[in-house]
Design a protein around this ligand. Structure first.
Ligand code: PEP
Ligand code: MN
Length: 338
């Protein structure tokens, strides 16, 4: 249930209603907007009478929420969430450009790529230190050493770093070291991991599960947010379909659907969606045109030698060319939406 207050409703009245609701065992999530305050009620609201609450002189309207996700629901929070990571923003008109290799392989490899993508306009560095590989015999990542390399690159470029955590224990060990924690597609419903990243304030990039519905995707975000971490960025990275010519099928409708249902930003990962380098640019253009809040792109200076996902990585020169087109397209989209 949601209570929307009249503009300028006195603080004292709001506080007293909040206390009253909390006394009934209900958790009240308060959103203070530019003009109006909204109470999102979480818990068993069956005992509440919406009509009666509406009789209050400070209440504008009361709405019942059918969806199981509350904190991620746009009704709870009508304004777009802007996630601010060390001054780099994603959401609410801020476009995030995340780039870097699939996996961190060495200091030299990561720094070479980090410098190149920064020069082309990336504002976040990505790289996997713990890799969720389909085969246990494939390269599993450099672990802590990989995170240390990312920190060196952050120091040099000034860009925030994003890396995937695969286990709940990674949160306590490394949440302070990185700027954004990535939750991979395979872990989207690893509820223990979601709860653990919910307990810190480090922003989270949550990737859509391989076969997850939008509701399951938003419920995964809800797990994180319900623990207290509301800095969630969603990421559509393609889903499993019957198609085999592409690695996954990019579900571009994720952008307008998520924007309608949720206030959280959503970025597109064309690299894992298409699974091949020549699909990255067309899918990126689609992402920009449809109004995504950002993109995440795999870049490698020697894709033929990459230990993972070389086939879908752009070389820095192609990334640079694509970025120029992204900037142009962004201008058109921004102009169009004015
Ligand atoms: C990745 O970003 O490198 C990755 C493993 O992605 P996903 O979880 O979407 O497969
Ligand atoms: Mn990858």
């Amino acid at each position: 249930m949601i209570i929307v207050f009249k503009p300028g409703a006195p603080e004292k009245e709001l506080e007293s209603m909040k206390k009253n609701l909390e006394g009934k065992g209900i958790t009240v999530s308060v959103t203070v907007g530019e003009d109006q305050t909204i109470f999102g009620l979480i818990g068993d609201t069956r005992s509440l009478n919406a009509g009666q609450i509406e009789l209050s002189s400070v209440v504008e309207k009361v709405m019942k929420i059918q969806e199981p996700y509350k904190k991620a629901n746009r009704a709870f929070h009508p304004e777009d969430t802007i996630v601010d990571v060390r001054g780099q923003k994603i959401g609410g008109g801020h476009f995030g450009i995340i780039a870097g290799p699939c996996a961190i392989e060495s200091e030299d490899q990561f720094l070479t790529i980090a410098r190149a993508v920064k020069k082309s306009g990336a504002n976040f560095l990505r790289g996997g230190a713990f890799k969720p590989r389909t085969s246990p015999y494939s390269f599993q990542g450099m672990g802590k050493e990989g995170i240390d390399i990312m920190k060196i690159a952050r120091e040099e470029t000034g860009l925030p770093i994003i890396t995937e955590f695969m286990a709940p224990a990674h949160v306590e060990l490394y949440a302070e070291d990185v700027d954004v924690i990535q939750i991979g597609a395979r872990n989207m419903q690893n509820f223990d991991l979601l709860k653990e990243v919910g307990k810190v304030q480090t922003p989270v990039l949550l990737k859509r599960g391989l076969c997850a519905t939008f509701e399951e995707f938003l419920m995964a975000a809800e797990y994180i947010m319900s623990e207290g971490n509301e800095n969630v960025i969603l990421c559509e990275r393609g889903i499993r379909t019957f198609e085999t010519w592409t690695r996954n099928t990019l579900d571009i409708s994720a952008v307008p659907v998520v924007h309608r249902k949720s206030h959280l930003p959503i970025v597109i990962d064309p690299s894992h969606a298409g699974g091949i380098y020549w699909l990255v640019e067309p899918l990126t253009k689609a992402a920009v045109a449809i109004g995504a809040d950002g993109i995440t792109i795999e870049v490698h200076h020697r894709p033929e030698e990459a230990v993972s996902d070389g086939q879908q990585s752009l070389i820095p020169e192609s990334f640079d060319k694509m970025m120029k087109k992204v900037q142009l397209l962004r201008q058109v989209v921004t102009e169009m939406e004015k």
